[in-house]
Design a protein around this ligand. Structure first.
Ligand SMILES: Cc1cc2nc3c(=O)[nH]c(=O)nc-3n(C[C@H](O)[C@H](O)[C@H](O)COP(=O)(O)OP(=O)(O)OC[C@H]3O[C@@H](n4cnc5c(N)ncnc54)[C@H](O)[C@@H]3O)c2cc1C
Length: 483
């Protein structure tokens, strides 16, 4: 069967799907268009088809677990790379380049013949008709795995706050934050007005979870150590890094002793940590915490997490952050062939029923678990025979800065250099691709001895917002540079 998809179409030929017309120019400009997904209905006697939406930790591990299985797998992602999110903050703070923490999805599955990788965005799921759709193109499935991760929550103020305080979830976010942070130092170097210069050198991180702690620590290291000697008019070490946490402690998922240790470490580095400090508003000039206004040109959002809107189209029960409340086998209620994995799922670990955390190891384990289930199903096992998902918690680590981290490994709690070395080693091990491991490790060793952040690139179009050097008032100031 041939179905039109945009200006091109797909054809079934020897059970392979062939792009039969030229790709429209629009698709070149919009690489995440779902129209690039093979559009087809099922034909009798063909192999079963699994569609995996999302090539993050869950999606990749699920597909890999099914290597050699008698099943056609279509792996759809809006990006052409798998992203190692735990090191995103290092791209945002110019320690690593984007390519160091991303790996082409096609390359991962080069040798796995039952996987077809598709660059596209799914915008709805039709469980009644067993289809996933993007635009007006729909594709049938026998099995579906929704592995779309999580996104930011701005507590209902997305439209305004997102632009004022970027969050950190993907490479675009990371390079945007990098641009804003590096630009702030450049502007401060030229700024004549003291109050304005102070605001440029003030960075507020909202949210004291692992990402907020990492970001605050890294920003302090850039300002105090890495770039200080590169500027002539400003002392970047006088920058204020403020970490705001609405709760009474940082790293709420760890033991209170480690939260306290993280706070002490950050303060020793020069970060201002404010607990019980809830952001009530944001504006162009900074952050409001109750009645107090903190003048800051750069605000980074590391507070709320929400599930992608796509999940609402499942019609399944959702929790408050929009994650799907899945069954014990990670399937969607009443749909034993549809699974939600990773950060998108609100899952409980058997037998205790403890909530499964939104962490990479949990997503990896879920991917492998569902892979096993689908293999058994293909072998004729009934859904009733499935064992519930059990999360093996191997411990949690959070880094704070160079030679500083905290760790909770099965009740063994510690911090300092050893935790930091362990954190570094684990992150290198989990990176995909030998080149990435090598480059990241070499980069870290080099930076450790030289305090250099070589990925200090301000990319894209930008305007310098500084008072005219001749002293013109701010309203009349012109951009002094426009690239
Ligand atoms: C900044 C940051 C730091 C972190 N640090 C750590 C850490 O130190 N340790 C740790 O264990 N965990 C950490 N995490 C959490 C960890 O990265 C996640 O738990 C993990 O990535 C979840 O995996 P996933 O497969 O569910 O989703 P993701 O890895 O987020 O993958 C989701 C994929 O789905 C794709 N997608 C989304 N929507 C669509 C759609 N509609 N159509 C097609 N494709 C779509 C996305 O492009 C993406 O590739 C961190 C997360 C962040 C953001």
């Amino acid at each position: 069967m041939v179905t039109r998809a945009g200006t091109g179409s797909f054809q079934a030929q020897n059970s392979k799907w062939i792009w039969s017309l030229s790709i429209s120019p629009n698709l070149h400009h919009s690489p995440v268009a779902f129209a690039s997904l093979p559009s087809c209905a099922m034909t009798p006697g063909r192999r079963k088809r699994l569609i995996i939406i999302g090539a993050g930790f869950a999606g990749i591990n699920l597909a890999q677990k099914l290597k050699g299985a008698p099943l056609d797998i279509i792996l759809v992602d809006s990006h052409n790379y798998h992203l190692f999110q735990p090191l995103l903050y290092q791209v945002a703070t110019a320690a690593l380049s984007p390519a160091d923490i991303a790996y082409p999805i096609r390359r991962i599955f080069r040798r796995q013949k039952n996987v077809q990788v598709v660059l596209g965005t799914v915008d709805r799921i039709d469980l009644e008709h067993h289809q996933v759709c993007g635009g007006d193109v729909c594709v049938d499935f026998d099995y579906l795995a929704v592995c779309v991760g999580a996104t930011h929550s701005y507590f209902g103020k997305e439209n305004v706050w997102r632009n004022l305080a970027p969050g950190l979830k993907n490479l675009d976010d990371a390079t945007e934050i990098r641009r804003r942070v590096l630009l702030a130092f450049e502007e401060a170097e030229l700024e004549q007005d003291e109050a304005s210069r102070r605001a440029k050198l003030t960075f507020v991180v909202v949210g004291g979870g692992p990402t907020g702690v990492e970001m605050a620590g890294a920003l302090r290291e850039i300002a105090a150590k890495d770039i200080q000697k590169d500027f002539r008019n400003i002392d970047t070490a006088t920058s204020r890094i403020i970490l705001l946490e609405g709760d009474k402690r940082l790293l709420a998922q760890l033991d209170p002793s480690l939260s306290e240790r993280a706070k002490r470490d950050l303060e020793a580095m020069g970060v201002e940590v404010r607990l019980n400090a809830r952001v009530t508003d944001l504006d162009e000039a900074g952050v409001w915490v109750g009645g107090e206004h903190l003048a800051a040109q750069n605000v980074i959002w590391a507070a709320g997490v929400a599930a992608p809107k796509l999940l609402t189209t499942l019609g399944a029960p959702l929790d408050r952050s929009g994650r799907v409340l899945v069954n014990a086998d990670l399937s969607v209620p009443n749909h034993p062939n549809v699974f939600v994995l990773g950060d998108a799922a609100n899952a409980k670990s058997a037998p205790e029923g403890k909530p499964v955390p939104g962490l990479a190891p949990a997503a990896i384990q879920m991917g492998k678990y569902v892979g096993k289930i689908i293999r058994s199903d293909l072998g004729g096992a009934s859904p009733d025979s499935r064992r519930p998902f059990h999360y093996r918690d191997k411990g949690v680590l959070a880094t704070i800065g160079t030679r500083r981290a905290v760790a909770d490994i099965r009740g063994w709690r510690f911090g300092g250099v050893f935790a930091w070395l362990m954190w570094s080693l684990i992150h290198i091990t989990f990176l995909i691709g030998f080149r990435n491991r090598l480059f990241v490790m070499a980069g870290w060793i080099y930076d450790y001895f030289t305090h250099n952040r070589e990925a200090r690139l301000i990319t894209g179009t930008f305007k310098m917002r500084v008072r005219d050097p001749r002293g013109a008032p701010r309203e009349e100031a012109q951009p002094v540079q426009h690239v």
